[in-house]
Write a protein that binds this ligand. Sequence first.
Ligand SMILES: Nc1ncnc2c1ncn2[C@@H]1O[C@H](COP(=O)(O)OP(=O)(O)O)[C@@H](O)[C@H]1O
Ligand SMILES: CC(C)(COP(=O)(O)O)[C@@H](O)C(=O)NCCC(=O)O
Length: 237
Amino acid sequence: MSEHQSSCLLVDIGNTRIKYARNSDGNHLDVRVAGSLSDIPLNGVREIRVAAVARAEEARNWEESVPSGVRFKRAVVKPEWHGLTCAYEDCSRLGVDRWLALLAGRKEIGGNLMLVSLGSAITVDYLTGEGVHEGGYILPGLTMMRQSLGQTTAQVGFAEGQNQNICPGKNTEQCVDHGVLCITRDFLQQRIACLRGKDYSVWLSGGDARLISAQITEKHEIAESLVLRGLRHCFDM
Ligand SMILES: Nc1ncnc2c1ncn2[C@@H]1O[C@H](COP(=O)(O)OP(=O)(O)O)[C@@H](O)[C@H]1O
Ligand SMILES: CC(C)(COP(=O)(O)O)[C@@H](O)C(=O)NCCC(=O)O
């Protein structure tokens, strides 16, 4: 890894977790999770590239506290980037994490893509090989679905979803857990099935990607850290 690359820190501030990695020449990124931005080690860092959809105030305070001489760059969504066009009429409303995943998909995967992020929320975005973002979907993520049931019903407790079972539950926690898994799987199976014969590849990323991947029988692959990968490219002119 060149010193220039490793001195560039990539940071993805999601609604649940902060993920970060030092940039590298190769395909692999050594991704870590931080509890707060101030926990991220900055030794040798010359440039920080940030994708933030959450913790706006924490990010502002962190930016002010980083040592002088360290360049601080925030990614923003643009109407167009290297032939990639945003589907939103008002591109500033598209989550920058979704935009960066599209950038990484275009630059590092190519072809017609269905990109699924299984994080705090579930997002689906479609991108053609010509660079046209065709729009997508936003749904609550697995944990958000479980929590919303726990918060808005008197008798449905919230349990951490751990098993990969979707058979009918035999207690409240199983019923919630299996139901959430089942609806997510069925939605994605149906979306992927709609693409049959259209030459799209399907990529899952985010904290729940492996859990859901194990449930999906339609063809798909796992894409690691698409948001951080997008940060590698988004400042290319
Ligand atoms: N160790 C973990 N800590 C927190 N969430 C986890 C963990 N492992 C899996 N998850 C799941 O991943 C989701 C967060 O995924 P992530 O891609 O980090 O989201 P975000 O980018 O929105 O912060 C959580 O909502 C949870 O369902
Ligand atoms: C949809 C999201 C909440 C997903 O965030 P995440 O689950 O990655 O934390 C985020 O991309 C966002 O705030 N988007 C803005 C709305 C939009 O994309 O239309």
